[in-house]
Design a protein around this ligand. Structure first.
Ligand code: ATP
Ligand code: MG
Length: 492
């Protein structure tokens, strides 16, 4: 059966020093299909997309489209062919408004004035049920909102092939629902969607076919309705994975952290306790104030009122540095911006927060640093040819592992994970869960903000739910359910 092939990538190879990012990859895309790329962190998915968009030049291979062979794509040719990519990294301009960003680079007759831009944007947003003010500045939006703007911008350009590299990583359930609707609309219009995600349930929800990649190589392409979760995992990681969440019971009767009537710019009157050995889940919709609350506790944002106690002693935290000294670590939601130093090496990043703690020593021991970094590389399975590699050059998921390592290496007693497994592949995800378990077994305490319902229910000992900056409820394990959480999250 000859399907309507709109784009073929043939024998694409791309190497970096020490890494074969793409190893002779060939794959076809059909008109009107949603085609997933699946593979572990560092498998080559984003690189394949970058070759397609002309952002990265392949060493060899061709791209076949519209009866033409392109040995090398350039960004301009790629766009001319009707290819639009929503990257894992953001491409919006913070100092411009939402409307300006959406209309940026549009081919339109005449000059587009501000009013027109706002009305074009508003029309698009209405169509996809997005409630963001077109006049707001992008830098003032939450990560999730920025993601929605980015997606809207790409689909507004009338592309034929739209690539989404982990579009839902920043979104919560309601927004994911809207995104699915967008994708179904685009598909009905005959557009091709190339979709990268580590969330397998999404692939079953919206894709027609799945191409699996492993270590830079093409493995196979399967029809989504003829495969299942286990088969995909086996194809992807080349082995079977333990499913389910690690069991434990190590909550102690000692309080690690107590937050009393705390208010910040986005939060009002927050009180909760965190026990040693506990994983406290924090749930809520986008804009509920979860990340903001964590930033207040970590000293990154101002606390306007209330008290914080660590092991029964009141503390005043004015900066992240002070928080680290007091034994609180934060793995931020927005890792690109706050999480690590992209232009520095992996080693340097892993050790930097630990160096503060070792300041009394006269010299920094290079071997020791190397050993520490090696430990974390092994523990988290960070894929890189060398620990001296700049973090910028790692795949998205591996960058996130570096951020994890950086905070863990600081040896803190209270660790806040804001979306711990976002962008992390399914194998590594369970490694992180195991790691969290061993941390609480050592008596450390964890706060886990997560939009991944399964993970929240599977990993938490207790869950607090936020809505509009306030705590609307607390659930014990025996009362856990998706419905209960959703009810509290949308509490009127
Ligand atoms: N600019 C670069 N310099 C050196 N190595 C690179 C560069 N870009 C990518 N790589 C390497 O190429 C490999 C493939 O990376 P890629 O970003 O395509 O992975 P991915 O499948 O998108 O992973 P993830 O799921 O983590 O996003 C990785 O080993 C990565 O470290
Ligand atoms: Mg990637």
């Amino acid at each position: 059966m000859e399907q309507n092939i709109i784009l073929s990538m043939k024998n694409i190879t791309k190497t970096y020093p020490g890494v074969v990012a793409l190893d002779n990859v060939s794959v076809d895309f059909r008109a009107g299909e949603v085609h997933a790329l699946l593979g572990e962190n560092g498998a080559g998915k984003s690189t394949l997309i970058k070759v397609l968009s002309g952002a990265v030049t392949n060493d060899s291979g061709t791209i076949y489209m519209d009866g033409k062979d392109y040995e090398k794509m350039t960004p301009a040719v790629s766009r001319m062919c009707g290819i639009e990519v929503i990257y894992q990294e953001y491409n919006l301009i913070g100092g411009l408004t939402v409307a300006e960003n959406i209309c940026l680079g549009r081919q339109m007759r005449g000059i587009v004035n501000r009013k027109e831009m706002v009305s074009i944007t508003k029309e698009l947003f209405d169509k996809y049920h997005i409630t963001i003010d077109p006049k707001a500045y992008v830098k003032e939006l939450s990560t999730a909102q920025q993601q929605l703007v980015e997606i809207t911008k790409a689909i507004s350009k009338d592309a034929r092939i739209i690539v989404m590299d982990e579009p839902t990583a920043q979104l919560t359930m309601t927004e994911v629902g809207h995104l699915y609707e967008m994708i179904r609309n685009l598909k009905a219009m005959g557009k091709t969607i190339i979709y990268i995600s580590h969330r397998l349930e999404e692939l079953f929800e919206i894709t027609d076919r799945v191409t699996i990649m492993r270590d830079g190589a093409y493995v196979t392409t399967v029809d989504t309705d003829k495969t299942n979760r286990d088969e995909l995992i086996t194809l992807m990681v080349g082995r079977e994975l333990s499913q389910g969440y690690p069991q434990r019971s190590c909550v102690k009767n000692e309080t690690a952290l107590k937050v009393e009537h705390v208010s910040g710019y986005r939060n009002t009157d927050i009180s909760f306790e965190l026990k040693k050995g506990e994983i406290l889940g924090v749930s809520g919709l986008v804009g509920a104030g979860r990340t903001e609350l964590m930033r207040v506790i970590f000293g990154a944002d101002k606390m306007l009122d209330g008290k914080i106690y660590i092991q029964g002693k009141e503390v005043h935290i004015h900066s992240p540095k002070e928080a680290l000294k007091l034994g609180i670590g934060l793995i931020p939601e927005d890792r690109k911006m706050q999480g690590c130093f992209l232009n520095n090496s992996i080693e340097w990043n892993v050790c930097i927060s630990n160096i503060y703690q070792m300041r009394t020593r006269r010299l920094v021991d290079k071997k020791k640093i190397r050993r520490l970094a090696q430990n974390y590389q092994k523990m988290l399975n960070i894929k890189t040819p060398s620990l001296e590699q700049k973090v910028r050059n790692l795949s998205g998921g591996n960058q996130q592992k570096v951020v994890l390592a950086k905070v863990l290496a600081a040896n803190t007693e209270i660790i806040i994970f804001d979306e711990p497994t976002r962008g992390i592949d399914i194998g590594a995800r369970h490694e992180i869960y195991d790691l969290m378990c061993s941390l609480v077994k050592e008596g450390k305490a964890i706060i886990m903000v997560s939009s991944d319902m399964e993970e929240l229910l599977g990993m938490s000992d207790r869950i607090i739910v936020l809505c509009e900056g306030r705590i609307t409820g607390e659930l014990k394990r025996e009362d856990f359910s998706q419905e209960a959480i959703m009810h509290l999250a949308s509490h009127e």
